[in-house]
Structures are given as C-alpha cells and as structure tokens.
Design a protein around this ligand. Structure first.
Ligand SMILES: Cc1ncc(COP(=O)(O)O)c(C=O)c1O
Length: 477
C-alpha cells in the first residue's frame, strides 16, 4: 500500500518527524524535526526534510507486490522554499507587489500560503480566477492578465467584480466595452523577449506605434485605463529587456495622462528566475526609480520564481532494456519511468527544460537510500553527514570497475517515441526495474501541463514539507 492521506501520524525514527493529514494531503512539519533543525542552515534543513519525505513514501511501496498506481510518481513540495522566495522578493523588490501567476503551478497549498502572505494573483482563465476566489482572496487582488479573453469568462469576471485586466488590441477594447465597461484596464506593451526561454511577444503586446491609437479608442469608448503592463518572456536572461520595457511603459503613462486618464499602476509581468534574481532586481530598481514616480503602484506576475525549486519529483523505474554494442561488448541501458513528457515532464516540451535524474534508491540496496548523494556537485550542501545511507558500496564498485560509468537513456511510459526524458545520462550505479530516480526543480510548468495520454494519471500525489517555521505557522502545519 502507498502512503495515504488517511494516515494520521507516522513516525520517522531518525527525526521523530510526523506526517500529518492536512489539506487532505500529507505534510511533514519543521516543528516535528525537533531541535536539530535549528542547528542547520536552511538549505540543509530543506534537503533533509525532502529526503525524509521521499524515503518515507517509497519505503511504503513495494513495486513487486503493490496495487496498480501505488508506485506512481509523486512530488515532495517544500513549502518553506516558497516562503523563502517570498521573503527574498520583499527584500529585493520592496516596491513591487507580486501577483503569483497561477498558471505556473496552481498547487492549493502554494496558493494558500501566498494569499496569506499578502500576494496578489495573475489569472488567465475562469477556472484560475475561481480557484483563487474560492480561497477567500478579494477580487481586487486578482488581475485577469490575458489580453485576448473569452467572452463568457469576461461575463463571469464582471459578475465576480474582478476588475483588473490587460488588453493589447482594438477588438478587445470593444469586447471590454460590451462586457466589462467598469474594467480597470492595463495596456500590455510589446517587449524584446529575444533572450527569454519562452517567448511571448509574437503572440501578445501592443507595439509602441499602436499605443496612441489604443489609448484614443479607450477614451472614445469611455473606458478606464488604470495602467500599463508588460512581460519580457518567461525565463528572462537579459535584464536590459526590463529596463527598456520600463522606459516604454513610462512613455505610455505620459500619453495616457495627456489624454486625461489617471493611470495608477505599472505591472512588470513575470520572467524572473531564481539564479539571477538579485541582479535583475537591482537593475529593475534603478529603472523604476528613474522612470516611475513613487505615487505609482507597481505589481508583478512572477510564476516560476516562486515554485520551480520547491518541488522534487520521484519516479519509479518500470522497465529496463539492455542495449549491447556488438563490437565492443559494452552495455548501456534504456530506463522506462512511470512519468514522462506527456506527464510532469511536459516541461521538456513546453518549457524547454532539461531535468536531471538522480538516484533515490536502488532495489539491490533496498534498505539503503541515496537522496542527494548521487550527484553532490548539484547539491547545495552535502548530505554525507545527514544520516542517510551513503553510496560508498557503489563507489567501491565503481572504483574496482576502473571508475567506468554506465550510460542510460531515460524514457517515459507512453507508446510515443517523443516521450524521452534524457537521451544520455551516466551513473556509477546500476539502475534496474523497481528502483527510484528523483528530479529537483520540478515546480514550474510541470504538473499543470500534464496530460492523461495512454491512460496514465495526471493526478500525482504531493507530499508537503515545510523547512521554514514562518510557513508552518501560516499554514498550521
Ligand atoms: C501574462 C503572464 N504573466 C506571468 C507569467 C509567468 O511568467 P514566469 O513564470 O516566467 O514568471 C506568464 C507566463 O507565461 C504570462 O504569460
């Protein structure tokens, strides 16, 4: 039997960690880790908690005997990481109120945490707006950030009193006039998104040459221009795109004021990535200081920044194919996992990601457990002294074998040849059917774009841990 949400409390002997039922899901609380956690830096506490949750879940599953689906892939979400990202945001961009882009990961616990911490929300559909309203968020904290909206959704937003919305073309203005005449409109302008992972400007954004015409039509239709919006593309790597967009936005503000509007808010969109966040924020702060008066409210629509690093995905190896090179006699292996590009690895197709496998446990060492040891170079902190079983046995094996690594390709469970997670991955360890691999950084544009192709599930369980006392307090973990 897989661990179920009905488990009330299960003890982990090392930390006496409790797994509690909460939000109808399993949660591991930082309080439950006792005093040890206070001695450890946050990244290490987080690793240990994630590791314990992974271990507990897979420890309860025996792929050789379990019921269909018990060995399904599952997430461990460290809600403390989302909390840390929020505090980091507030420290680095104090003028900017984040409106979390829920498209990136509409996880209910993430939404609840961010709602309680005072964030707003960027929604792009009726279902997203509904989900946020249902958790008690005031409609004034929602922006319907979709410049080309569905008419029936617009009728819904008008009823729900969600007023903030973006537009970027004349046809949309006529729709707004008809369906949401009281809307607070943000003119979304075009940006240079050439250095971004996911480009959006071929689809959305008014060119600077068309902004005057759009503002004049809004005036003619007696609509309310509340501000200017932009998005430099998801996964932005060039902070000068933000600077140019802020400069352009200022130009549109001035034009709107000249026409008699009173725009009050600038929406600087998403595109933020954790790795470059401090640098981007410092460049942005200078541009905002220079071009945007302090009377103007500033909001943003970050998505991946908040959740990417908070979610770890564990997958089971369901099949293996041995491939022998006839000339050299060398063996490599094709590993088939129970999740792939039609599932949570949809980020490979839609979000240009390259998830990196790491070994969680191998059947041969059934009681051993290997979280974060397989590739220490990627880990923020070594877990060699964390109490989890070391991989020394395998390292000895590797050394005696002349240090030769084994080559694997990694595939998803569907019948489609495109369903490839990694064409080549090398490890010193032997991986076989029933073993578990894990992938970090799986919190953005993964589960939300998973399908049920071939009859596989898109409802993978999430086990929640909290490595921050603040997050635990907010959520009552
Ligand atoms: C309008 C809008 N806002 C916000 C986002 C979130 O972007 P990111 O995840 O890069 O922060 C997106 C992503 O596509 C978007 O289209």
């Amino acid at each position: 039997m897989a661990p179920s949400a009905d488990n009330a409390i299960i003890n982990n002997n090392k930390y006496n960690a409790s797994v509690k039922t909460n939000f109808n899901i399993n949660c591991v609380s930082d309080h439950d880790f006792g005093t040890q956690r206070e001695l450890l830096p946050p990244a290490k506490v987080a690793k240990e908690m994630i590791g314990a949750a992974l271990q507990k879940h897979i420890g309860a599953v025996n792929p050789s005997e379990c019921e269909p689906g018990d060995e399904d892939a599952f997430f461990v979400a460290d809600i403390g990481e989302v909390y840390r990202q929020h505090m980091r945001w507030k420290n680095n961009l104090p003028r900017v109120t984040p409106h979390y882009a829920i498209k990136c990961n509409p996880d209910p616990v993430v939404l609840r945490l961010l709602a309680t911490l005072g964030a707003g929300f960027d929604c792009a559909s009726k279902a997203e707006i509904e989900q946020v309203l249902k958790i008690g968020v005031d409609p004034s904290r929602i922006i319907y950030a979709q410049p080309c909206k569905t008419k029936s959704y617009m009728r819904y937003t008008a009823k729900q009193n969600v007023k903030q919305m973006t537009f970027d073309n004349t046809d949309e203005l006529y729709k707004v006039k008809e369906l949401c005449p009281d809307a607070e409109l943000y003119l979304r302008i075009l940006t240079d998104d050439s250095a971004s992972l996911c480009r959006l400007s071929q689809k959305f954004g008014a060119s600077m040459e068309t902004t005057q015409e759009l503002l004049e039509l809004a005036k003619e239709l007696d609509l309310n221009i509340a501000g200017v919006a932009f998005h430099v593309g998801s996964g932005a790597t060039d902070s000068s795109a933000f600077v140019q967009a802020v400069t352009d936005a200022r130009d549109v503000f001035d034009r709107a004021i000249d026409l008699g509007f009173s725009p009050h808010t600038l929406d600087i969109g998403g595109g933020f990535v954790s790795e470059t966040f401090e640098f981007t924020a410092s460049v942005l702060n200078v541009a905002l200081e220079q071009h945007i008066p302090s009377s103007i409210r500033i909001i943003a629509e970050p998505g991946r920044y908040y959740t990417s690093s908070a979610f770890t995905l564990a997958c089971n190896v369901i099949a293996r194919r041995t491939v022998e090179d006839k000339q050299t006699g060398e063996k490599s292996y094709m590993l088939y996992l129970n999740d792939g590009v039609y599932g949570n690895f949809s980020s490979i197709i839609f979000d240009h990601q390259h998830p990196v496998p790491q070994i969680l446990s191998t059947r041969r060492k059934q009681n051993n457990y290997n979280y974060a040891l397989a590739d220490l170079s990627r880990s923020t902190d070594s877990l060699l002294d964390s109490g989890y079983t070391s991989a020394t046995e395998d390292q000895h094996e590797l050394a005696s074998g002349g240090g030769k690594e084994i080559e694997y390709s990694i595939w998803g469970p569907t019948c489609d040849g495109i369903d490839c997670i990694s064409e080549s991955w090398k490890s010193g360890q032997t991986v076989d059917v029933g073993d578990w691999l894990y992938f970090e950084e799986m919190g953005a544009y993964t589960k939300c774009s998973a399908t049920r192709f071939n009859g596989f599930t898109d409802k993978h369980e999430t086990v929640y841990v909290s490595s921050e006392v603040g997050a635990s307090a907010v959520l009552g973990f």
